[in-house]
Structures are given as structure tokens and as C-alpha cells.
Ligand binder design. Structure first.
Ligand code: ATP
Ligand code: MG
Length: 404
């Protein structure tokens, strides 16, 4: 089926009262951004107070739809066929619509909305004419007015007639960049990409921080993280990954902190570095994939001891989620398979045999007081490499000018 337009419905956005105009503008911007691609140059976007229309101008509907599914702030969308306001043309378009459906249906109904009252036929006449034409050519179908598989909506407006049927679920949430920026601590694990996605869904702009310990962790483990960031970039068009060299700090911890406290200190340093990068980047919060009780660093006692190093808000979207729920979300998001790749993470390499599940603040502060970490932290921040990721590719810095 060749579609002419995509109709976009706003959802939660529509409850935003006075801010509505700003939200619509943000949504329009993120749609434009997600569709910024030479193949989509012909698209036009028209935003109204209640809906948005993408005029396809010959672009492939499926490709555009795949991108739209990932954009926050869209409740649902529908492909639209536009035909001249003439009953034979509308009947034929109805028939073509059924023939072009991807999933077979057995029942349908036609619902006409006649905004243009000058159209010679009444609503019921149009329903009957289009429905009858479809039935005549599709003997296997029947009409069900209560719960049809397809409700084919025919809208007669001034300029033309519009046919829509399928309603495709959007990602929901709020349009991107409507609520400030946060830094996602992105490991190669299952949880942190999901945590990042859920935060982005609330309109927050996200940049990633990854701690990397070569030669203990390989290039492939770094690539794994970039691939995860790439999946997230589909929701925002572009993702920054700050890769922090962490080897020197980890070695220092291993040498100088008692083994059962090394994990607590490692996390505290990660957080201090994340905090410094957040400040540099103008971010207001840090996001982690922590989930209560999952591992030794995620007990309430551990979090209490680790969190002490910062007053920056920490967003933990998965804090009460079960692992199985998270796995399901990761699968839907498309990150599970990447996270399951067996490459090492800087934490797993240095994980002590018996990390403290109930570390004490006084003790960890005491152990750390013998070590001068400030310079190491500064060096790690200064040597952080920033990599840009876009749907389909990792971008060299030189290409950034074209993008931004
Ligand atoms: P994940 O699946 O996200 O790795 P996890 O269950 O393995 O989580 P931990 O390894 O304890 O849990 O990590 C807890 C959180 O700390 C992660 O969700 C992530 O936000 C952050 N984190 C851990 N390792 C790194 C890393 N190498 N770089 C950046 N952040 C990390
Ligand atoms: Mg991990």
C-alpha cells in the first residue's frame, strides 16, 4: 500500500495546558531530528494543536514508521491515504487499503467523519458505499460494528478525503529535551541501557559515561557499550559516550584498599568522576541501572556508603524492578542480545571474592583517607574520550559539524 501521510497523535502531551505549544514544538524538533537522513529529505511535517502530519511525498512509509515508533511524546500514529473528494475514488482507496494490509483481517467497519458538509453524500451513505464495495470484492470479510479487526476511518475535509485504519502504538512519554540533561552510567550489562531508556522517555536528554580499564577490558567490550548507546540513539537521533580511562584508579584501589572494601571505593570514585563530567556537561543528575539487592553494591547499606560522595540527584529507574522484568524490557528495547555478549567489564575484572554487602561510611572514609585520589580523578576526567554515536554508525569528531 502506498501511503501519502502519517497522522501522529500526541497522548500525554495533550494534558500539558499552557505548555502545550512548547511541547508540540519539541516533539516536532525531535521528529525532524530522528528523520534527519538524506533518504527522508522529501518529508514535510505539519504540526497543529491536536495532531501532527508527516507528508511522505513518496518516502517509504515503513522506514519512517520504524523511526517514529522510537520517538517519545507520540502516543500513536496511523498511515493515511489521501484521495480526491469523489465517491468512486474513495471506494477504490478503501479497497486498496484492505488489499495492502500486512496482517489479514476478517471483520471491518467504515466510519465516516464528514467535516466538509458540502459533500453531496451523507455519512451513512458513504459508510455503505465504501463498505459495500469492499465486501463485494472480499467475500471472506464481514462487517462488525462493535469490535472490528479494522475500523477504516474516512474523513471528508475541504481539500480531500483521508483514509486511515491501523493505529500503531508509539513510545509514549514526553518529547525529548523537555526536562534537562542527565548522565547515564552505562556499563555493558543488561540494566543500565534500560535505565537510560526509561529516563529518556520522561523527556530527559541523556549522555553516557563508561568506565573502561584497558588492557583488562578489551576494545570489544568498549564496542559493546557503543553498540548499546547506538540502540539508545534511535530514540534521540544522537548519543554522546564519554569513555573514562579507569585503569590507574582501579590499580590504586587494588593496591591500597582492603579487598572487601575495594568495590565500595570503586563505586564511589566512579560516582565522583561521573559528577565531575556531569558538571562539565551541564547535567543535573546521574542515572544508574541499580536495582535493590541485585548484587553486593546494590544493597541499601552499599548505596548509602556510595552515595555519600555526591549531592547530585541519582536517578535509579530500576531500583525496585525484578531482574526478569528488566530482561523483558531489555529484549523489547533491543539491547538484551548486545548486553549478553560475553565481554568483560571493568568491574567484573576487579571484583573481589567477598565484597562487603554492608559497608560502613566511617570505614570506607578511613581507608580512602590514606590515598590522594583527587589528581587521579582529574586525570581521568581530562583524558576522557568523547565518542558520538548515531543510528547506524559511530561518528568521528570531524563529522560532527554536519550533524549539529
Ligand atoms: P548493569 O547490567 O547495568 O551492568 P549490574 O547489575 O551489572 O548492572 P553493577 O555492575 O553493580 O550492576 O552496576 C551498577 C550500575 O553501575 C550499572 O547499572 C551502571 O549504571 C553503573 N556501572 C557499572 N559498571 C560501569 C561501567 N564500567 N561504566 C559505567 N557505569 C557502570
Ligand atoms: Mg554491570
Amino acid at each position: 500500500m502506498k501511503f501519502d501521510q502519517i497522522l501522529i497523535r500526541y497522548g500525554e502531551l495533550s494534558t500539558k495546558g499552557k505548555n502545550r505549544r512548547a511541547f508540540v514544538a519539541k516533539l516536532k524538533r525531535s521528529i525532524k531530528y530522528a528523520l534527519k537522513d538524506k533518504r527522508f529529505d522529501m518529508l514535510e511535517i505539519e504540526a497543529t494543536r491536536d495532531r501532527m502530519y508527516i507528508l511522505l511525498n513518496g518516502a517509504d512509509y515503513r522506514e519512517v514508521a520504524d523511526r517514529l515508533k522510537k520517538i517519545f511524546g507520540i502516543q500513536s500514529f496511523s498511515p493515511v491515504v489521501v484521495v480526491e473528494k469523489e465517491i468512486d475514488a474513495i471506494k477504490q482507496a478503501g479497497l486498496d487499503y484492505i488489499a495492502g494490509l500486512e496482517k489479514p483481517i476478517s471483520t471491518f467497519k467504515v466510519t465516516t467523519k464528514r467535516a466538509d458538509k458540502s459533500f453531496p453524500l451523507e455519512t451513512n451513505d458513504i459508510n455503505r458505499a465504501v463498505g459495500g464495495h469492499i465486501l463485494w470484492h472480499n467475500q471472506q470479510l464481514s462487517v462488525d460494528v462493535k469490535k472490528p479487526d479494522l475500523n477504516l476511518v474516512v474523513e471528508i475535509r475541504k481539500e480531500a478525503a483521508y483514509l486511515t485504519g491501523e493505529i500503531i502504538q508509539g513510545a509514549g512519554g514526553l518529547p525529548l529535551n523537555s526536562s534537562g540533561k542527565a548522565m547515564l552510567m552505562l556499563s555493558g550489562g543488561i540494566d543500565s541501557p534500560v535505565a537510560g531508556y526509561l529516563t529518556m522517555k520522561r523527556g530527559i536528554e541523556v549522555e553516557c559515561i563508561h568506565f573502561y580499564s584497558p588492557p583488562f577490558t578489551s576494545e570489544r567490550s568498549k564496542q559493546k557499550v557503543l553498540d548499546l548507546a547506538e540502540v539508545l540513539s534511535y530514540s534521540c537521533g544522537h548519543m554522546m559516550v564519554h569513555v573514562v580511562p579507569f585503569t590507574d584508579i582501579q590499580k590504586k584501589i587494588q593496591q591500597q584498599i582492603p579487598e572487601n572494601y575495594s568495590m565500595t571505593t570503586t563505586r564511589r570514585l566512579m560516582l565522583r568522576i561521573a559528577d565531575a563530567i556531569a558538571e562539565k556537561q551541564g547535567a543535573l543528575a546521574i542515572i544508574t541501572g541499580e536495582s535493590l539487592g541485585q548484587v553486593a553494591s546494590q544493597t541499601l547499606h552499599s548505596m548509602n556508603a556510595i552515595n555519600e560522595v555526591t549531592t547530585t540527584p541519582i536517578i535509579r529507574p530500576l531500583i525496585t524492578a525484578d531482574k526478569l522484568e528488566i530482561i523483558k524490557q531489555a529484549e523489547e528495547l533491543g539491547t538484551l542480545e548486545i548486553s549478553n555478549r560475553p565481554y568483560e567489564d571493568c568491574c567484573t575484572v576487579f571484583t573481589p571474592a567477598n565484597p562487603k554487602t554492608m559497608p560502613r561510611r566511617e570505614k570506607v572514609n578511613y581507608y580512602e583517607s590514606f590515598i590522594e585520589f583527587d589528581e587521579l580523578i582529574e586525570a581521568a576526567v581530562n583524558h576522557t574520550e568523547t565518542i558520538h554515536v548515531k543510528p547506524g554508525k559511530t561518528i568521528e569528531n570531524s563529522e560532527m559539524d554536519d550533524l549539529l
